[in-house]
Design a protein. Structure first.
Ligand code: PAP
Length: 332
């Protein structure tokens, strides 16, 4: 039975939630409003980046409430740069002695269910610390991370990708979401229009370059705390990077594990071919409202942009990126 104390603390919790909703709505009404990318919601510009209200609410809530621990691991990324892959790799590294080939949760759960997003679980921030899996993912830009993440000194792993491939991946994701949505206001956006917006930085968590540069600069300043990865390099030498990753997050492979090829097995288990063929990841089960598990697995290739962008479009985006990154020491 619910105790008197439980119900009164729930009451306070509800009041706090109501107060948060009220002040969030008030703040939202003051922010610059952007395009919707065919969505039924517009993007809003917050601290220099474009977000949909649902994600923005989670980021603001995390800024106010999330308490990071030094042993936490934050997986940060711009959308469509390899988050699903990195979630499954980090999860597998951390839990490698807890499960065997037949009991691994990745066989029956989406990588997004085993490693949650910070901004999608506002007020709960389930890091699964209690299960010994202190990992949380976010697409929030570095400058909008909750203060406690920086102050705690916890490890941050960031992954980026050729923006041309990220754009193509994002575009297809968006088209699928709109197709699945029952909201009649949602209309698929045209590729050229979406490309224009992406070049101007008006896309979810955009501008892309500012997102990448924020984490890049922080990783140069604090290489012991922030690991900066590139999707293409990971694809090329996955085993090497899984070893580096394990070392960096504090779960290095032992000599015995090296001999047994444990890293190689993790790489195989988390490969696009393997994960995308699991029933759970082929499923149309809603991961979150209109987003289905299968939408996180499209092609998993480097250079698929060539099938969608003209050479002129590619040159234009490359030039924007080069200009923005010039002098940073980073090339993409
Ligand atoms: P998110 O930001 O919504 O979480 P994210 O996982 O970062 O998405 O990106 C999805 C991309 O990663 C898709 O790329 P594509 O559209 O170019 O195909 C998806 O196919 C790819 N991807 C998913 N899982 C893997 C994997 N195991 N290995 C390599 N790429 C993967």
């Amino acid at each position: 039975m619910e105790s008197h104390l439980d119900s009164s603390s729930k009451h306070v919790e509800n009041e706090n939630e109501d107060e948060f909703e009220r002040s969030f709505k008030e703040m939202l009404s003051t922010l610059p409003k952007g395009n919707s990318w065919g969505n039924f919601e517009n993007l809003f510009q917050y601290q220099g980046f474009w977000l949909y209200p649902t994600y923005l609410k989670g980021v603001v809530s995390a800024q106010q409430q999330f308490q990071a621990q030094p042993s936490d691991i934050m997986l940060c990324s711009f959308p469509k740069t390899g988050t699903t892959w990195l979630k499954s790799l980090i999860f597998s590294i951390i839990t490698r002695t807890s499960f065997d080939d037949s009991t691994c949760p990745l066989l029956s759960k989406s990588p997004h269910d085993v490693v949650p997003f910070m901004e999608l679980h506002h007020a709960h921030f389930s890091t699964h610390r209690d299960l010994g899996i202190p990992v949380l993912a976010t697409h929030a830009p570095y400058s909008s991370l909750p203060r406690s993440i920086i102050d705690s000194g916890c490890r941050i792993v960031y992954i980026c990708r050729d923006p041309k491939d990220s754009f193509v991946s994002l575009y297809h994701f968006k088209v699928q979401i709109i197709r699945t949505s029952k909201n009649t206001q949602a209309q698929p956006i045209d590729l050229n229009e979406a490309f224009e917006l992406f070049c101007e930085g008006e896309n979810i968590y955009g501008p892309y370059c500012d997102h990448v540069l924020g984490y890049w600069k922080a990783s140069v300043e604090h290489p012991d705390k922030i690991m900066f990865l590139k999707y293409e390099e990971m694809k090329d030498e996955t085993v090497l990077y899984v070893n580096k990753l394990a070392e960096f997050i504090g779960y290095p492979f032992s000599l015995e594990e090296h001999k047994k090829g444990v890293a190689e097995k993790i790489v195989k288990k988390c490969s696009f071919e393997n994960l995308s063929n699991l029933e759970v990841n082929k499923s149309e089960k809603d991961y979150r409202k209109v987003i289905q598990n299968k939408m996180f697995f499209r092609k998993g290739k480097v250079g698929d942009w060539k099938n969608y962008l003209t050479p002129e479009m590619a040159a234009r985006l490359d030039q924007i990126i080069q200009q923005k990154l010039s002098g940073s020491g980073l090339s993409l």
